[in-house]
Write a protein that binds this ligand. Structure first.
Ligand code: ZN
Ligand code: ZN
Length: 273
């Protein structure tokens, strides 16, 4: 319990800033899978997206905390009916948040109005660890926070469990998007259960056949279970979305307003030739 409390005292925004510095430096020093210029420019525009989320969260995060705490004080949710140790609760909680996020993410690919926001995350044509930061703040606030509130209410999860979930999720996200040469054996071993970086990168392929696959954040077995698992070797992947493949469409302002623009999805079939 003490360890958990110590971990939860870590400010998540500081954690993200530290992870940005560590990953950005490592990607500069170690051999990367893909080369691209203007990494600072890329970082700048992705980072601005995170700043926008941070500013909106000053008001929004309080509301989420209040709502989840209200459910907890009413003792609403499945885990209030059974007596299990805290460790099992945390493990089950992470599993349930991940399951919920799988379905919300999958839905975001099929509901056109949500896809308009979600495609911002997919728009990055030159991926590195900062691609994790590229997500439209309104999507995270209005879509994925609903997923977290609902999951907390259904399963009776509290802010401690949500906090531990974030502590697992954020470093995972940096690893999944990082431009490192990850060995293939990872995909054939822990990749049976956990979302490895190579498996998440398949989700960033331009070809819609692959974009609509590998939705899971932490446990790839949700995709294996629900029939959305696909594989393509990382070196063959064309990242991003063709309709965003222009320098001016890779900027913060364009991406921020892009959900409100009518941008037609371009079917990329060059990968199937
Ligand atoms: Zn997606
Ligand atoms: Zn991603």
């Amino acid at each position: 319990m003490e360890i958990i409390q110590t971990l939860l005292n870590i400010n998540l925004d500081y954690l993200i800033l530290i992870l940005i510095v560590i990953f950005f430096t490592l990607e500069q020093v170690l051999g990367t899978q893909f080369k691209f210029n203007n990494r600072l420019h890329h970082l700048y525009h992705n980072f601005l997206m995170y700043v926008a989320l941070f500013l909106l969260n000053i008001f929004w995060a309080g509301l989420i905390v209040f709502t989840i705490q209200w459910f907890n004080t009413q003792e609403i949710g499945l885990l209030y009916w059974i007596e299990i140790p805290l460790w099992s609760k945390i493990f089950l909680g992470i599993l349930m948040y991940d399951l919920s996020s799988y379905w919300f993410h999958r839905t975001a690919h099929y509901l056109p109005v949500i896809w308009r926001f979600h495609r911002v995350h997919h728009s990055d044509t030159t991926m590195d660890s900062t691609t994790f930061l590229r997500a439209h703040p309104l999507e995270l606030m209005l879509w994925f926070s609903v997923s977290e509130i609902l999951t907390s209410a259904i399963f009776g999860l509290d802010l401690t469990i949500l906090g531990v979930y974030y502590l697992v999720l954020f470093p995972m996200f940096f690893l999944e998007h990082a431009n490192f040469k990850y060995p293939k054996w990872l995909d054939n071993t822990i990749g049976l259960i956990i979302t490895t970086p190579n498996l998440h990168k398949v989700h960033h392929e331009q070809d819609e056949f692959y974009t609509n696959s590998n939705y899971a954040d932490i446990f790839i077995f949700w995709d294996r279970l629900f029939g959305t698992f696909k594989y393509k070797p990382t070196e063959q992947i064309n990242f991003g979305l063709e309709e965003f493949d222009e320098p001016k469409k890779q900027t913060f302002w364009y991406l921020l307003k892009s959900p409100f623009l009518n941008i037609r999805r371009i079917q990329s079939d060059k990968n199937n030739l």
